[in-house]
Design a protein around this ligand. Sequence first.
Ligand code: FUB
Length: 449
Amino acid sequence: MKRLAALSLLPLLAACAPTLAQTALETRQVTAPYNPILADGVDYTTDPAPLVVGDKLYILTGRDVAEPGVNDFIMPEWQMLETSDPKSGQWTHYPYFLKPNDVFKWATPGRAYGAQIVQGPDKRFYLYAPVMQQGSANKDGFAIGVAVSDSPTGPWVDAHPSGPVISQSYPVANDIQNIDPTILIDDDQRVYLYWGTFGRLKGVELEKDMVTFKGKPVDVNTLTGFFEAPWIFKRKGTYYMAYAGNKAGPDSECTEAVYYACIAYGSAKSPLGPWTYRGVMLDPVSSTTSHSGIAHYKGEWYIAYHTADGKNGGHFRRAVALDKFTWDDTVSPPAIEKVVQTKAPPPAPTPTRNLAPAARIVASNSPVPVQYWIRALNDGKVREAPLPPDTWGTWSPNNPKQQWVVYQWEQPLKFNGSRLYFWGDQPAGSGIGVAPPNGLASGILVGCR
Ligand code: FUB
């Protein structure tokens, strides 16, 4: 179904009339009885940012198009999902919602990372979008642009056509990667913007124009394990910040393996903090990145997040899910109850002769360094281009001569062979990258206790 947006709705923007590409938005009807919402492996969706407008729930998402085996965020555009009843599973999908260079003339194509749309004090809609700045002289070219529209589905025009509203050199120098913006319009209509990744989180108040810094940005260092993907919201006078955290370790309440993030959250009494860590609201998902957005819609609280659970999904082929969550109002400040991830019932298990998944595994380098995951030794997954937590590894600055792994089963089993996959991207003995050992000896000792 094609829909033509009415240009006459935008008389004030006539001088910067949107391109035709922006005016014809294709829509498709989607029935999604389970998570992920788009699970067929055709359109991968990422970095969800929900928005409530009237009786509609929108979810702005990115799009992953990395081929299997490509470990990179290949993200050409944003998509949109819209429903008036998430329980019905009926969604309108805007597959080709917006491309960075459609609206930001100073942006390069691609790298359409996690963005958010909010309704400003003037009731217009503002899109905060991380994009790559064309010809940037900065060490990191990511920058945040702001576009404006009279409708949550566009058409959009650049609200700051001279360039990004944040980069490493504008309006004040910073040395972070400027992505993952999140915005709060407070009850008094003041506007707050947070952004950041790789453990660095910044926040600032914006002027009513939605693009100009009001005062200096603050650095937030009190949210335990903050990695990226902040999402600010407010409930009953308390400010909350959900974020992807990666404080890792065998005893961490967040994640065992550093690459896999949980969604943790903190709270504050004021919009610019100080922030206090409160706990974990969503355990790690099947994709290494976790990125959430939160919405209060028709009396229920929802968290949108992405996973690798779509057909042929992966860490760079993600799919957006939506679940409800509840609050514990018996404590102060009210706490978020752990989200229960819902998804399609798993298919009937295919018969296998692989006995490894039933084993308990112990390795000589336990606890395994947080970049690896011991589970990789028997999860039955062999990836073409694994990320560290898809593998078990033994590297350490002082490698012992021998390392071992023991598989233990509850009862004696008969088996007729064993197979371990070794992964390396460098020749044996190489001092760089991941190389298989120079000499490899392996053996199986079968014993009974
Ligand atoms: O999708 C690209 C990046 O992955 C986002 O900016 C991060 O939050 C992570 O989800």
